[in-house]
Design a binder for this molecule. Structure first.
Ligand SMILES: Cc1ncc(C[n+]2csc(CCOP(=O)(O)OP(=O)(O)O)c2C)c(N)n1
Length: 275
């Protein structure tokens, strides 16, 4: 264990529940490295999570943390940010949490543009409950609820968030851990709603059913299929078939941040009261 782990993790909560070879620890490592680089005091960080293997992250990190209900982490985070705007709010969700049961909350959070950062662990499966397919499971993959293969096309989380109005959207992987730290830092610094989609791996509930021999092979899959967004722009479309872009995908500072807008409403209401 390094110094950074001792500083930001609740060592008394170890060992964690994540399976050997799971990508979640890499994401947590990238996150605490990002916080360290940002220089935030631990007391000014609020970490909010939903339910799932990914949701367990808030139990292990020593910030102001809350482990909420499935699909509703963004609603809790919104309340926290409105009540205490000085807090740096981070929201951790799985793909099921963020785009299945919590899909409605996610699109409206994107539209609203409240200053916080969502980190979405996309392992393409419901990990915690045993491997049911999620909205990001690729077509023709096996899951407990699709023993002969899935029939639905998958959601592209980053594109969904861009379409819904998020003002900073990036995609990383657990293979590209240093890039992931950079993206979390940039997302945190962005004044508005930022989304970092993380392509990660669930060796037990996705990998075993879909011909991956080891967690390392799943990491190599991320390496081989993740293409830097800048490079992708210069590539013929057919070369991107089956691949995904990584890096910063969208950024806008034109849309007002929600707290500023809300502050104006409060001010107008107060002025009316006085007159
Ligand atoms: C309202 C509600 N419905 C269903 C569940 C059962 N449940 C717990 S975790 C989970 C899915 C987790 O998948 P995901 O969000 O992708 O996270 P992962 O475990 O893969 O990190 C489900 C369906 C629940 N806890 N609450």
């Amino acid at each position: 264990m390094g110094e950074i782990h001792e500083k930001y993790l609740r060592m008394d909560k170890m060992p964690h529940i994540w399976c050997a070879g799971c990508g979640n620890g890499i994401i947590m490592g990238a996150f605490i490295t990002a916080i360290d680089r940002l220089g935030y005091d631990k007391d000014e960080v609020a970490a909010v999570s939903g339910i799932g293997c990914s949701g367990r992250i808030t139990g292990y990190m020593d910030f102001n943390t809350i482990h909420t209900t499935h699909g509703r982490a963004l609603a809790f985070a919104t309340g926290i940010k409105l009540a205490k705007p000085r807090l740096k709010v981070f929201v951790f969700m799985g793909d099921g949490d963020a785009v299945a049961i919590g899909g409605n909350h996610l699109i409206h959070a994107c539209r609203r543009n409240l200053d916080m950062t969502a980190v979405i662990f996309n392992n393409h499966i419901y990990g915690m409950t045993g491997g049911q397919f999620s909205p990001t499971t690729f077509k023709n993959k096996n899951a407990t609820t699709a023993p002969y293969g899935t029939t639905d096309p998958d959601f592209d989380i980053a594109q969904l968030c861009i379409g819904a109005g998020a003002t900073y959207v990036a995609r990383g992987t657990s293979y590209h851990a240093r890039l992931l730290t950079d993206l979390i830092v940039k997302g945190a610094e962005h004044p508005g709603f930022s989304v970092i989609e993380v392509i990660t791996h669930c060796p037990v509930n996705f990998g075993r059913r879909n011909n991956f021999e080891s967690p390392a092979q799943m990491l190599l899959w991320q390496k081989e299929h993740g293409v830097a967004a800048r490079k992708a722009k210069t590539m013929p479309l057919e070369d991107m078939e089956g691949k995904f872009t990584i890096g910063e995908l969208y950024r806008s500072t034109e849309i007002p941040e929600y707290l500023e807008e809300y502050g104006r409403v409060i001010q107008a209401a107060n002025e009316e009261k006085k007159s």
